[in-house]
Design a protein around this ligand. Structure first.
Ligand code: 5GP
Ligand code: ZN
Length: 113
């Protein structure tokens, strides 16, 4: 997608700190980390949010799911971590390209919202 920030990051047109990459997924450090580890995992193909995830090939959906524990292990998150995917205005989604926040490295708040 021409005007999408995360598509530009995936393409390398905007620099990022890459954490993980495979055929269909890319992960990089959040520019404004909310925890000691704060990684964003995205599909390379553009979809707007998790609400559109079924537009991705099943292989890509599976690859995203499989990438999460790989990244958590790579980041040393042996004591746990949190996955967040904000979807739409009620969830304060600010970048309209599906992404999973992988947050860890400290005790998370016990409330999610
Ligand atoms: P959302 O609010 O859509 O759930 O999350 C978007 C995330 O993207 C935010 O946590 C924000 O800090 C991060 N972000 C926004 N712009 C950039 C950028 O240019 N580079 C990186 N690495 N992260 C970004
Ligand atoms: Zn995009």
């Amino acid at each position: 997608m021409n005007d999408c920030l995360f598509c530009k990051i995936i393409a390398g047109d905007i620099p990022s700190t890459k954490v993980y990459e495979d055929e269909s997924c890319f992960a990089f450090r959040d520019i404004n980390p909310q925890a000691p580890t704060h990684v964003l995992l995205v599909p390379k193909a553009h979809v707007g949010s998790i609400a559109e995830a079924n537009a991705l090939p099943l292989e890509t959906q599976a690859a995203l799911f499989a990438a999460i524990p790989k990244i958590a292990a790579q980041e040393g998150l042996t004591n746990g971590f949190r996955i967040v995917s904000n979807c739409g205005p009620d969830a304060c989604q600010s970048v309209p390209h599906l992404h999973f926040h992988i947050l860890g490295g400290r005790q998370m708040a016990d409330q999610m919202a």
